[in-house]
Design a protein around this ligand. Structure first.
Ligand code: ADE
Length: 252
């Protein structure tokens, strides 16, 4: 088997402009002059070569043309991921980065940043005869073993669960509890599915804005913590990028 290549190129997929901005600013990333995507795709890309030599592409899923809001959730995340790999080539590592809800009963606190051990869908419910389609629905996308990286970068680790909804029905909650989820968000299993199909190593990095099983209303808690959580995300992502640059992922 060929030796695993050193990590020289990372792509980060981000749903919200507010989540991408601190990273773009911190690294002074350059917007790509002419869009690498089919016009008039909404995605926006930045590029930079970091001081450690790592080539970084950050792709924001863009604004919706009709509603003017961030293109959150799974459809835009999957399309953006495929388009990014088509435009920039296969990276050594692709990240889904952003903000998320966390489960207090499993130790999540606002401001924590998590590295995924696994990503699942909790709203692709397909309970038919032999159970294979049901398991396909959940997805069960295992992340590479990166416990050493998480410890070195100050990240917690856990299962991240994805749906297209900010809210949480009783069925969603039962399934997330059964799957061992610590983090709830709206993109990463879709990004993981694309990466699985393209054989690109994938992991999610998610910063907690709200406690799903806490006392506060999700939207209000999310909105009041978005800025601080995006800043925490940028700090932890910078630590991750510093640590992975120039080494094979298998050292972690
Ligand atoms: N993003 C931030 N908080 C979230 C939550 N509670 N559910 C889904 N996505 C989120």
């Amino acid at each position: 088997m060929a030796a695993e290549a050193d990590c020289a190129h990372v792509i980060i997929i981000i749903a919200m402009k507010e989540e991408a901005a601190p990273l773009v600013e911190f690294y002074r990333l350059e917007p790509l002059g002419s869009s690498p995507f089919i016009e008039p795709s909404p995605m926006v890309a930045w590029r930079g070569t970091l001081r450690n030599g790592l080539l970084l592409h950050v792709v924001w899923c863009g604004h919706d043309e009709r509603f003017g809001v961030n293109n959150v959730a799974t459809t835009a995340a999957a399309v953006s991921t495929y388009a990014a790999v088509a435009a920039f080539g296969k990276p050594a590592l692709l990240l889904s980065a952003g903000t998320a809800g966390g489960f207090g009963q499993r130790g999540a606190r606002v401001g924590d940043v998590y590295l995924s051990t696994k990503c699942v869908f909790h709203s692709r419910r397909i309970p038919v005869s032999d159970g294979t389609l049901e398991e396909y629905g959940f997805g069960h996308f295992r992340s590479p073993p990166l416990a050493g990286l998480a410890a070195a970068a100050g990240l917690k680790q856990g299962v991240v669960s994805t749906s297209d909804s900010l809210d949480c029905t009783p069925t969603d909650m039962d399934l997330m509890m059964a799957e061992g989820a610590v983090v709830k968000e709206m993109e990463c299993a879709a990004v993981a599915w694309v990466c699985q199909n393209l054989h690109v190593p994938f992991v999610a990095v998610k910063s907690i804005t709200d406690i799903v099983d806490g006392q506060k209303a999700t939207r209000a808690e999310f909105e009041s913590n978005l800025h601080a959580a995006s800043s925490a995300l940028q700090h932890r992502l910078a630590a991750v990028l510093d640590l992975v640059a120039g080494r094979p992922l298998s050292v972690w």
